[in-house]
Design a binder for this molecule. Structure first.
Ligand code: GLU
Length: 444
């Protein structure tokens, strides 16, 4: 069977770093096996779901390069849920309940007060058809629970957590449908996973208890459960679930000059024992992706690390990838000369301005000004080539006896107006002969 994974966000907000990581890991898991990565929009909650978030999710995935091999949305699949629900109803696997939230809360408190686990007592199972008729006559509509089979063991071999076992009798029968007929997350998700041929469900460990109930939903629907894996949750660098993480999304990352390649390189390895490698693209990361390398400890997301990875990524980006983001006239040689000095692509414009000028004329000691006058004369007599910086500094070293900082710094200051910057050997040919002579003379 083709490995098929899915990313199933609820469009009730923008994707944040944690969601992005889940999406990426599902993409990697699918691609690693030559399989399919599906996007499922979990929009059964009509009130909280918004179309702008659906568009945002698609745009964010596109920016990251995580292109889904197919998309479904739950709001278009109610007929399927209805049909499967009828099957479960006919088989006696869903039942009608009428307790209010307050009543349920009270029951829970009583149990907890007695030191017992707050499990739903199945009181509604005892209602007769007459009781139901009376409720209906009184205008009371039921909500529905899935009847867990207390005799069916719940176990799976979790791709990350290892062997998992739950006792159905220690769990409440989950509510799957509200009194107004709307669906809660659990049942539609299992129905979709079956219908969409999902072979691997990879999601956060906050879903482990849902999985325990869903395992029985799969079997009740006549399907073999998919493989499950639950990742440790993402925490901030300080080790706690931070507010910042919950809001940090693609929009802010882009605003901060973070490239998708950096997000991918970092998040692909976050939570695993594998080192982050800025040289690896998504395809290479997929090739080496394995759930076996995931740990159970919370995965720490450090924004400072993302910035470091981003700089390393920018230093490797080929011209063709960035050409449209660069100032007019800035070509491949300039990009290659300048990129080692960048943290963000946006800073290229600043350095390009250093190439094209004008640059600040430095204030220097007389001695350095005399040296720069010699430099201008020397440069004027040199043949202009790609090697001109070496030729110039070699000749000046010989003529003046200067070396190291005394040789290079005045030249850099005069030619660029700055103390630091890209390799002068690459920069000088870009500045050009006339501008270089003019800058040396102006500083002398
Ligand atoms: N919509 C659910 C969520 O965002 C999906 C969980 C799942 O992967 O099944 O939590």
């Amino acid at each position: 069977m083709t490995v098929t994974t899915r990313f199933a966000p609820s469009p009730t907000g923008h994707l944040h770093v944690g969601n992005i990581r889940t999406a990426l890991h599902n993409w990697l898991l699918a691609k690693q096996a030559g399989g399919r990565f599906m996007l499922r929009i979990d929009d059964t909650d009509a009130e909280r779901s918004r179309e702008e978030y659906v568009d945002g999710i698609r745009a964010d995935l596109a920016w990251l390069g995580l292109v889904p091999d197919g998309e479904e949305r739950q709001s278009a699949r109610f007929a399927l849920y209805e049909a499967q629900f009828e099957r479960l109803r006919a088989a006696g696997r869903v039942y009608r309940c009428y307790e209010t939230a307050q009543e349920l809360d009270l029951k829970r408190k009583v149990l907890l007060g007695r030191g017992l686990p707050p499990i739903y007592d199945r009181a509604a199972l005892k209602l007769t058809e007459d009781d139901h008729a009376a409720k209906a006559a009184a205008g009371e509509a039921p909500h529905w629970r899935f009847l867990l089979d207390h005799d069916e063991p719940i176990a799976w071999d979790d791709g990350i957590r290892g062997a998992q076992a739950f006792e159905a009798r220690m769990m409440s029968d989950p509510v799957v449908r509200r009194a107004d007929g709307s669906w809660l997350y659990m049942l539609p998700s299992a129905i979709d996973d079956i219908d969409m041929g999902i072979t691997d469900v990879l999601r956060g460990e906050d879903h482990v208890s849902n999985t325990a109930a869903q395992v029985q939903m799969f079997t009740a629907l006549g399907a073999t459960p998919p493989r499950f894996a639950h990742e440790a949750l993402l925490t901030g660098s300080e080790g706690k679930l931070s507010k910042r993480l919950g809001s940090l999304g693609v929009a802010q990352l882009r605003e901060n000059g973070i490239e998708p390649e950096a997000v991918i390189a970092l998040l692909a390895r976050l939570g695993t024992s594998d080192p982050v490698d800025p040289a690896l693209d998504a395809k290479a990361l997929a090739a080496s992706f394995t759930l076996r390398h995931f740990g159970r400890a919370p995965a720490r997301f450090d924004e400072a690390e993302l910035h470091r990875v981003n700089a390393a990524v920018v230093h490797r980006l080929p011209f063709a990838r960035v050409a449209h983001l660069l100032p007019d006239g800035m070509g491949e040689a300039a990009w290659e000369a300048i990129r080692p000095n960048l943290e963000h692509i946006g800073e290229a414009a600043e350095w390009w301005q250093v190439v094209t000028g004008p640059v600040a004329v430095p204030t220097l000691e007389d001695e350095d000004r005399a040296f720069l006058a010699t430099a201008a004369e020397t440069l004027a007599g040199l043949e202009w080539s790609g090697e001109v910086w070496r030729a110039l500094t070699g000749a000046l070293k010989e003529a003046t006896g200067r070396k190291g900082k005394a040789l290079f710094l005045p030249l850099r200051l005069a030619l660029t107006g700055r103390e630091h910057g890209p390799d002068m050997a690459a920069l000088l040919p870009l500045i050009g002969r006339d501008a270089a002579l003019e800058r040396l003379r102006a500083a002398s």
